[in-house]
Write a protein that binds this ligand. Structure first.
Ligand SMILES: [Zn+2]
Length: 599
């Protein structure tokens, strides 16, 4: 029975370009797992979108002196280009600024209210007398009252990862300049303390298989500190309207973090509409057997492991009652395999200081699979990792080129030359009968590799999965060293044919095993083997119009075909002219790239 797998990936803010740390933090691991499950024949839906609301985006627009819509769309378009460049196969990458998202977010809000988890209260908020407006969240910075970091934002501290109460901020300063004063304002609150027992039960049921780093930032944190109510509206005019009369008119909107996570629910609804299967989203959202995976960085653990499940449980059956006139609960997250951070040459990545490897920029000099490979081999799964240009070049040349690329290229080229562009005929009528013990042993090793690598992928241990795949390539190289078809072809062509046939079949299998990690070169290799249908579907963009205007979306059109199982390559199959899969990088790249940093 195919499983329904929702791959939910953190929504990037429309205020900065995406760098390699973001790619390895969430987009790439999500894509690898999605591609694997598609090959397994599961029903995969991979979604995300641009987080278009909130103060990160309005501040970016203020800084440029441009309308916020224009600024968010420019970043959004850049994201779409980047995901196509790296083959991040979103079934739908949309934005939060859509009529559909507003509707879904408002229904979740109303459902939580109906179930008694929302209340209103007055609080003190930073206010700018000169511009006559409240300054929420990132408009005010100061010293964190929990860890003492001097660059905390009024709503959140990046240093200690805590959500902050604005009025407690020490030495507050306005991003706009000018003086600040505290004034009273009214907001809606989500009573997380009421939901605390439900959230604890939810986390305890998943404790056995979640990453310890994630449990530490969710369950253990709640056990130590408890959950307190949080304000869920802001004094801001850009965002999702509050579905209660008078509130939007008073210049208030739903807090960006409350509604951005609801994109995991609204994007599947939009995807269903765009693909003409209106109710299909229920397969992942109103289905207790569906498995939802959330790919995020460690700074977002609170919002995904605590806050979002609390919202879903708070909405209970009422969301479906409001949205679809039937009372059913929504599916809860299965796993939140959050990654730690990737640093760069020993220092924290910083966009403002240009201490970063920007995703789109890197693509102008390197092939996407070279970057994908290094980011996976070095993924910060259990602890922070480091992008090091010397290591990037070394891994590219020693692993990708020498171990895997050369293996595929020399076997295919040799076969193409000596067997007139066809898979060798090994005689005996069946494709396995005349094989020798060593041949059968290698093919068994590769066959077992599907289980080993598959198990690692299912548990979202992607570094280990890739390293197991590379071990299999090494096993084929060792087999070739022993059987030396390059010399045997002159003395015993039948023996050489068996070796080359076995190696080709192993490589054809390894192509599938490597495909989730390095899809572009796997696709090329698939073409060299002469298969007529491609390995993967295609990515397309389209423009969607609604009452809020229009937005561009990125979609993936999957195809049926190759599956996660050993090759059934037949003798006699016609090959296409092979070529190298990867480029060897010159050592000079290291210093060139290091010189770019911080400029
Ligand atoms: Zn702090």
């Amino acid at each position: 029975m195919p499983e329904n797998i929702l791959i939910a990936i953190a929504w990037p803010y429309a205020n900065a370009e995406i760098h390699v740390g973001n790619i390895t933090g969430s987009h790439l691991p999500g894509d690898i797992v999605a591609r694997y499950h598609r090959l397994k024949g599961n029903n995969v839906l991979m979604v995300s979108g641009t987080d278009s609301h909130g103060t990160p985006v309005t501040l970016a627009a203020d800084k440029e002196g441009k309308p916020v819509e224009e600024v968010y769309k420019r970043y959004h378009d850049g994201f779409l280009e980047l995901f196509q460049g790296y083959g991040i196969t979103y079934d739908l990458f949309t934005t939060t600024h859509t009529e559909n998202h507003f509707k879904v977010a408002q229904a979740v809000f109303l459902a939580m209210k109906e179930n008694g988890y929302l209340y209103t209260d007055k609080s003190m908020q930073w206010y700018s007398p000169s511009t006559k407006r409240f300054l929420p969240d990132r408009y005010v910075e100061g010293t964190c009252y929990i860890c003492g970091d001097e660059n905390a934002r009024s709503d959140q501290c990046d240093n200690c990862g805590n959500v902050l109460e604005p009025e407690k901020l020490i030495n507050p300063r306005s991003k706009e300049g000018g003086t600040l004063e505290l004034r009273e304002t009214e907001h809606f609150y989500l009573d997380l303390s009421k939901l605390e027992p439900n959230v604890k039960d939810f986390l305890r049921a998943r404790q056995s298989y979640w990453r310890d780093t994630v449990i530490g930032e969710s369950l253990r944190k709640i056990e130590a500190e408890g959950l307190k109510p949080r304000s869920i509206t802001r004094d801001l005019d850009w965002g999702v309207d509050i579905p209660i009369p008078g509130w939007t008119e008073a210049g208030k909107r739903i807090y960006v973090w409350l509604e951005a996570v609801m994109g995991y629910l609204s994007a599947p609804v939009e995807w269903s509409q765009l693909t003409g299967q209106k109710e299909a989203w229920r397969e992942w959202w109103v289905n207790p057997d569906a498995k939802q995976f959330y790919f995020i960085g460690k700074d977002n653990i609170f919002f995904h492991a605590t806050w979002w499940p609390a919202q879903l449980m708070g909405a209970g059956n009422a969301f479906m009652k409001i949205f679809a006139e039937e009372e059913k609960p929504l599916t809860l997250p299965h796993d939140v395999p959050a990654n730690q951070f990737m640093n760069l040459e020993g220092k924290k990545i910083s966009g403002s200081r240009n201490w970063a490897v920007w995703g789109r920029d890197a693509l102008t000099r390197y092939d996407p699979d070279a970057v994908r490979y290094y980011l996976t081999a070095n993924m910060p799964e259990a602890k922070d990792s480091d992008w090091d240009w010397a290591e990037f070049v070394a891994r590219n040349n020693n692993e990708l080129v020498a171990t895997w690329g050369n293996l595929a290229n020399r076997v295919l080229s040799f076969c193409y030359k000596h067997w007139e562009g066809h898979v060798p005929d090994i005689g005996g009528g069946s494709e396995t009968a005349p094989l020798r013990d060593a041949d059968i042993e290698l093919l068994k090793t590769i066959e077992n590799g599907f289980n080993i690598v598959g198990a690692e992928l299912e548990a979202v241990r992607l570094r280990s999965a890739l390293s197991e795949a590379m071990k299999l390539a090494t096993a084929v190289n060792q087999y070739l060293d022993v059987n030396a078809p390059w010399s045997a072809v002159k003395t015993d062509k039948d023996a050489a044919a068996k070796t080359i046939y076995t190696a080709l079949k192993a490589i054809d299998s390894l192509k599938v095993i490597f495909a989730p990690f390095i899809p572009f070169t796997s696709e090329r290799l698939h073409g060299f083997f002469g298969y007529e249908t491609p390995l993967f579907g295609e990515q397309i963009t389209e423009t969607v119009k609604d009452s809020l205007g229009e937005h561009m979306v990125l979609r993936y059109k999957p195809i049926e075909g190759v599956q996660w199982k050993p090759s059934e390559l037949k003798p006699g199959q016609k090959l296409n002219q092979p070529g190298p899969l990867f480029k060897k990088l010159d050592e000079s790249v290291i210093e060139e790239e290091r010189a770019r940093l911080g400029k």
